[in-house]
Write a protein that binds this ligand. Structure first.
Ligand SMILES: [Zn+2]
Ligand SMILES: [Zn+2]
Length: 174
């Protein structure tokens, strides 16, 4: 297992994040509020910008930051700040995540606008995928949260490929 970055390193990342936000303010001639920064991201993404319950937050993956400190500060931090700036300038609903607007902010930042990384994920904790147990006439199936929700909404139903019977929820989560 990789050790996640410690409190002092987190403070440095928060500072760098706020410095990029201030830099965007200078570039676009307006003030952008600093956003809360969380270090609770697991899995293959090193950063994420999102609006949760009306609050804008930037989340970082403290394990990937520990493994790739330089890349994280040079690329991930401005990458996520650029998402935030695009949200403030255009609204997230009006743009594609890594579309023209985001790329233009990255260009103004002087950072290569690449959206994919090839990190070594060995020893990095993964996000736990919830699985929901379903039964047909012949066996048990594990359905993803997305499929489970579609069934709950009544939008769709799934058939077993082997026996052809409809899947029904057994209750509970795996
Ligand atoms: Zn992105
Ligand atoms: Zn079956």
């Amino acid at each position: 297992m990789v050790e996640p970055i410690d409190m002092a390193q987190q403070a440095t990342v928060v500072e760098a994040t706020h410095a990029w936000i201030a830099r965007a303010g200078a570039l676009y001639g307006r003030r952008f509020e600093p956003v809360p920064v969380l270090f609770d991201l697991k899995g293959r993404a090193s950063g994420m910008y999102r609006v949760q319950r009306g609050m804008r937050v930037i989340r970082y993956n403290p394990w990937l930051f520990a493994r790739y400190p330089d890349d994280s500060l040079a690329v991930t931090v401005p990458h996520e700040v650029a998402h935030y700036i695009v949200d403030r300038l255009f609204g997230l609903r009006r743009v594609r995540p890594h579309g023209r607007e985001w790329r233009s902010v990255m260009k103004d930042f002087g950072v290569e606008p690449t959206a994919t990384t090839h990190y070594d994920l060995d020893g990095i904790p993964m996000r736990r995928q919830r699985r929901y147990p379903y039964r047909c006439d012949c066996l048990t199936h594990q359905l993803s949260t997305r499929r489970h929700n579609l069934i709950l909404r009544g939008t769709t139903s799934y058939q077993c490929r082997r026996c052809g019977s409809l899947l029904s929820h057994c209750g509970g989560v795996v």
